[in-house]
Write a protein that binds this ligand. Sequence first.
Ligand code: PLP
Length: 387
Amino acid sequence: MSFEINSKVKILEQPQTIALNAIAERLKNEGKDIVNMVLGEPDFATPKKIIDAATKSMNDGFTHYVSSMGLPELRRKIADKLRDTNNVSYDTAEIIVTPSAKFAIYLALTAFLNDGDEVLILDPSWVSYKALVQLAGATPISVALDYESNYTLTVAQLEKQLTPRTRMIILNTPNNPTGRVFSAEENRILVDFIKEHDLLAVCDEIYESIVFDHHQHVSLASFPEIKANVITVNGFSKSHAMTGWRIGYLAADKKLIAEMLKVQMQVVTCTASFVQAAAITAFDCAAEVASMVAQYRERRDYLVEALNTIPGFHCRPPEGTFYALPRIDYKGMNSDELSAFILENAQVLLTPGSAYGRGTEKTLRISYATSIEKIEEAIKRLRKIFV
Ligand SMILES: Cc1ncc(COP(=O)(O)O)c(C=O)c1O
């Protein structure tokens, strides 16, 4: 059977980590035990209240199609949360519940990008942004932030990549993989830039609850001068350890909502009914979320301090998320070489920074969404090979 691959699919790159996975597979077959620190999901169980609510909902027969916008009660809870936590007022008619934050981003890109449009992505960045932009037929343009400045954003970096075809900017704070949280100064730069060039801004706030020290997450939609330009994306995967449930949401101006809703209706109809019913309970889980964040903080503190005692390692404390992105100076190795070297010799699986685009030379992403015992074991193994 012969077939033509869709040109937008054809250009999607294979995940950078294929070679690494092959080494991991071989080591496993040799009976070696690997400490896996690549996973981008909480190691905690979903809070029991949420599971009970889902079970009850299914037992009550709430297992059919629901509105494409999402359950009104859930949208009410989301609107209240956006008002109380993020200082931004959205009507329930300005919120769509989506099957994941990733799908919310897909809706935004599909609804508002045309072939040839350019989308600014601040690198290092989560791997899916580029691919989703390409699937929408547009061109991802990397705005490279750099390690030396701790990935601090400047106007010059943004302006350098601006062209008459720039339509959109995708922003992620707290950031995967850098762990940075935009400062007040960076938010100001972004607000002015978005306003001046009248860009659509897709703001991915999926890690907003995981913030440490004095850092503060601020929603760009809370700046009235650009609220109409912003599509706020969020979800429950990271905050409530609900990665497998596939539920997220977006909030935006009604005119934008109408277009994204068309796509949602035609592609998935709605987000799973009982998953939405369960997510209503997520808003009663403040204590559970706080407990997870406290444990991430403890792990972060241990990990960062320990990494900085290993020769060649330089690790800044992540300001948010459950990722650290240390740089390693070792025999001139780049990030792919370092991750392969560590996996082969210490059986610790880390993601090469190269997977996240520019500004990642010699860096590795370490997920500390894993037990402190595993983190300690990883450190022990790393100490043995970097002497
Ligand atoms: C920055 C970022 N956005 C979105 C997602 C995906 O969220 P969801 O599980 O809701 O699709 C991830 C998952 O790794 C992520 O790192």
